[in-house]
Design a protein. Structure first.
Length: 445
């Protein structure tokens, strides 16, 4: 599917692609088309039994907002793709699926979506933080409010009393001892508002977590852990409040990663809070200056989502995928991953870091191919987190002075031998002088 500002296909690496139809899901679309029924007027009709195929199209098609380059969330993307597909198929004749018609229909539907007005919403949940010293965090796009129980309870009263199913989750939310968290944001739909609100909060939690837990460890002494690795998980449920209608929506999301341990040790910010919030502000300023800021924000959200999981095997696999994204973004050369990933460690620590990473890679293969681990999943996850924290913090403050994640990975390939590095520097300086001299010389006839 060629570029039109909104519609892209997805490469095997998950990147948007727009040059041609190289990654278009032709066979899948033809299969869906073949499953339709032709009406008397020549139009076509889709049947329900194609739904499981249609849902796969969100894996192949990416919808982006041109003004922000932001990729649209899965729920709204699927809605646009489904609507565009229905329209394209209903008007097609013949036996071959018309890709041009689908492109035009998707473009029209996406343009209509992004032309909708923004509606203000609040996302309500809770977070495992005590002694929070900053009740409000403001940015240009959202506001996070902590501990505003009175206003939250007033929002809950706007729900229809007959909605007992939702009331059950409100009860679980209110009985949770976590600090109430309200995220004020906006969106064209509830799904978009929820997605943007959670990305905002997750980005903040990721920065707090990487700097407040770097090098820390949690031991379970032989007992399987039932807590997430993160120190700041969310509460049991999420709710959406429509601020323009002043009414709580019946839409809610259950947090399946809510700690089931009633004695979960919440993060106490009484002593640490001024320091980690100061670091967060510096980190956000630095992130927003970087040319790779969007990629880095995605990595940070993936990082905190991985640590949120109650299943530490899942956390382990998700963290490994993040290490791949940082160290081998364009290749699957795992020897390079180990060399690059161990680079931030000092000369004395690097050999053991490499050995640990090789063992972690073996365990990743065990879990992926044999569905089992030989080592404790919690300990493996902490080992991997320790490595990733080094790289994330280096990228946040751009300590290697790079312009992209790819360039960051490449610079990690440079020799660790200072003599070789000095020699290369002299060679580069010589060539720079030579090219500078050539550029200042007038061309000869």
């Amino acid at each position: 599917m060629a570029a039109n500002g909104y519609i892209f296909t997805r490469t095997p690496e998950g990147e948007p692609y727009s040059k041609d139809e190289k990654y278009a899901p032709r066979e899948l679309l033809q299969l869906i088309f073949n499953s339709t029924k032709e009406n008397a007027d020549g139009s076509r009709q889709l049947y329900f039994d194609t739904e499981h195929y249609i849902s796969l199209l969100t894996s192949a098609i990416i919808i982006k907002e041109p003004s922000t380059e932001r990729i649209l969330n899965t729920d709204d993307s699927e809605s646009i793709i489904r609507s565009g597909l229905y329209e394209a198929i209903s008007n097609q004749k013949g036996k071959l699926f018309n890709y041009e018609a689908l492109r035009a229909s998707l473009h029209k539907k996406a343009k209509e979506f992004f032309s909708r007005p923004q509606t203000p919403y609040s996302v309500i949940t809770s977070i495992a933080v005590t002694n929070f010293k900053k009740p409000r965090i403001n940015t240009s796009d959202y506001t996070l409010r902590f501990g505003d129980s009175k206003q939250v309870n007033a929002m809950f009263k706007t729900i229809d009393d007959s909605n007992h199913h939702l009331s059950d989750y409100i009860g679980k939310h209110q009985s949770c001892k976590f600090t109430p968290l309200t995220i004020d944001t906006s969106g064209r739909t509830k799904s978009e508002a929820f997605h943007l609100a959670m990305q905002s909060a997750d980005l903040i939690r990721a920065i707090w977590t990487t700097f407040s837990t770097k090098g820390s460890w949690k031991y379970n002494f032989g007992h399987p852990s039932i807590d997430p690795i993160t120190i700041m998980p969310y509460g049991p449920a999420f709710f959406i409040y429509n601020k323009s209608k002043r009414r709580m929506s019946s839409i809610f999301w259950v947090n399946r990663s809510h700690p089931i341990n009633p004695k979960f040790n919440q993060f106490d910010g009484k002593k640490q809070w001024p320091n980690i919030e100061s670091i967060r502000l510096k980190a956000m300023r630095s992130i927003n200056k970087q040319p790779y800021k969007d990629k880095l924000k995605q990595i940070l959200v993936r990082y905190i989502n991985a640590l949120d999981s109650l299943d530490h095997s899942t956390s382990f696999l998700h963290l490994w995928s993040i290490l791949e994204a940082i160290t081998i973004p364009n290749t699957m050369q795992y020897d390079k991953l180990i060399d690059r990933a161990s680079r931030p460690f000092n000369r004395n620590s690097r050999p053991i870091a490499k050995e640990i990473l090789k063992l972690i890679r073996t365990e990743r293969n065990n879990l992926t191919h044999d569905a089992e681990l030989k080592s404790d999943a919690t300990h493996l996850t902490y080992h991997l987190k320790r490595v990733i924290d080094h790289h994330i913090q280096s990228l946040i403050f751009n300590s290697l002075n790079v312009d992209s994640i790819n360039e960051y990975a490449e610079i990690l390939d440079l020799s660790t031998d200072t003599n070789i590095l000095q020699k290369k520097r002299r060679m580069i300086q010589t060539m720079l002088k030579r090219e500078s001299l050539h550029s200042s010389t007038k061309p000869q006839p």
